[in-house]
Design a protein around this ligand. Structure first.
Ligand code: 5RP
Length: 227
């Protein structure tokens, strides 16, 4: 599995050209992309500026000598490459397994181009087997939780190994919705967008144009969606 992640990470790095402002995703797959960019910066003198999607990725990029800028200090981002937790046939996806969905969605929104990298186990017919992360403000989060229960969304507050609620880089909680199958991702996204107390959710509908998918035999497929 690590090998597939590495292959797609390296493949995605080929889309990065000199001078670009690059959005750096979060997670174990995106980490291979960032690592490859770091290699190219060091060995090929690649000139890029990174905009990161989490504190973890910021640390990795700094270690690798990738120049970083705050999202508000760039006019736009040329290309963002990130991982995904699930991707359906329309290239809608679930993200946020690494609790970085809010920063990831903001960086993606201000990117001219957006690519996901994934192994083929993440490609699904319908979203929802992977619990959908929803980032909520801590104040009133219990009320939002109960609302999700009432709606039959099977919510669980995300906790760490010590059973302490996970707090995101933006200071919020994550409620994971164990829905099994999301039949209408657009409709659910609208409902979550309109729920007071929800900051952002992990449904990334109609956002990505290209998904680079790797399989165990080393095969790499580039799937595109003409949005
Ligand atoms: O959305 C994310 C983090 O919030 C990740 O991109 C997603 O969880 C995939 O991670 P991994 O590559 O480790 O499977």
């Amino acid at each position: 599995m690590e090998n597939i992640k590495k292959i797609v990470g390296i493949e995605a790095a080929k889309f990065v050209k000199d001078g670009m402002i690059v959005g750096l995703g979060t997670g174990s797959t995106a980490a291979f992309f960032v690592e490859e960019l770091g290699r190219r910066v060091a060995q090929e003198n690649l000139q890029i500026t990174g905009v990161t999607t989490s504190s973890v990725t910021s640390e990795q990029a700094k270690r690798l000598g990738i120049a970083l800028k705050d999202i508000d200090d760039v006019a736009y981002i040329d290309l963002t490459v990130d991982g995904a937790d699930e991707v359906d046939l329309d290239l809608n996806g679930i993200k946020g397994g690494g609790a970085a969905l809010l920063m990831e969605k903001i960086v993606a929104t201000y990117s001219k181009d957006y690519i996901w990298i994934a192994d083929d186990s993440k490609m699904v017919k319908h979203l929802g087997a992977f619990p959908l992360p929803v980032e909520v403000v801590t104040f009133g989060s219990g009320q939002v939780f109960r609302l999700f229960e009432t709606l039959g969304f099977n919510p669980r507050l995300r906790v760490d190994a010590n059973d302490v609620a996970v707090v995101t880089d933006m200071g919020n909680y994550i409620i994971d919705l164990h829905m099994k199958e999301i039949k209408e991702p657009q409709r659910l996204a609208k409902l979550l967008d309109e729920t007071v107390g929800v900051v952002e959710h992990g449904l990334f509908n109609d956002m990505v144009k290209t998904v680079i998918v790797g399989s165990a035999d080393g095969n790499v497929k580039i799937i595109t969606n003409n949005l």
